[in-house]
Design a protein around this ligand. Structure first.
Ligand code: 4GS
Length: 241
């Protein structure tokens, strides 16, 4: 399984950037992940490299211009038949572990980094498969959202994680937050590791962790906890988002 991602952006020099480090970097050097930054400006129609224009009907800010977006996308689609187009935008579906699992099943993705006030709606209607937001806050452009998504998707590629890393099986906890964890030493600045974790009683430890995870989730993420309570176990593990 291998994933090729074309990133259409006004700042191609930002890629792979932080994705070259750690697990995602290893996925690239193992040939599991290919990131191909493409400069939208290469598809502009004038000497100045114009890729923005004023919105019809007035209003603040500029939009990404139609022609470069369509032409760049069609060029990349011709190169990658069947590739899905993902646009980063605050209007999009909230990115989630579930969507990461969905997208890692693709062979090729075209990630379009949103810039300015947005893009012409005709582009969305005719070329975009997924509009995705990474959260309800306003960033300066879509490059960081693209990196966030690529990171979450890439680590799901089979072979991307080492044995040790894959043993942390997040699906175990379903929609619960992580229980508190401790490592050596047993006592530091007078702060002790909970006795039960030193007991060697794996049944008791599992029950304690479960209880802690439930309390933490209840207090901190009541909406997650409600879902945890409402859903049957099997669906929880498969469909966690
Ligand atoms: C996001 C976000 C975002 C919105 C792009 C303002 C420049 C900016 N994109 N998830 N114009 N949050 N985009 O803030 O995806």
């Amino acid at each position: 399984m291998k994933l090729h991602i074309d990133v259409l952006t006004l700042f191609p020099e930002l890629f792979p950037g932080p994705l070259a480090a750690s697990i995602t970097g290893r996925a690239m050097s193992r040939g599991l992940l290919e990131i191909d930054p493409v400069n939208l400006r290469d598809f502009s129609h004038d000497e100045r490299g114009t890729v923005d224009d004023k919105p019809y009907g007035g209003g603040p800010g500029m939009l990404m211009k139609v022609e470069p977006l369509f032409e760049a996308t069609d060029f990349l689609k011709a190169r990658s038949p069947g590739a899905k187009v993902v646009l980063t935008t605050p209007r999009g579906r909230l990115f989630s572990q579930k969507l990461a699992r969905e997208l890692v099943g693709e062979e090729r993705l075209i990630v379009v980094c949103g810039h300015y006030e947005g893009v012409d709606q005709r582009y969305i209607d005719s070329r975009v498969d997924y509009e995705v937001s990474i959260g309800d806050y306003v960033l300066t452009n879509g490059n960081l959202p693209a990196m966030v998504m690529i990171d979450a998707i890439a680590r799901l590629l089979p072979g991307a994680l080492g044995c040790e890393e894959s043993s942390e099986d997040e699906s175990h906890t379903g929609w619960l937050l992580e229980y508190p964890q401790y490592t050596r030493p047993e006592e530091y600045e007078g702060l002790k590791v909970p006795e039960i974790l030193l007991s060697g009683d794996h049944g008791k430890i599992a029950a304690w962790r479960r209880q802690e995870a439930e309390w933490l989730t209840m207090r901190r993420r009541p909406e997650l906890y409600a879902r945890h309570r409402a859903w049957p176990r099997e669906i929880k593990d498969v469909n966690k988002d």
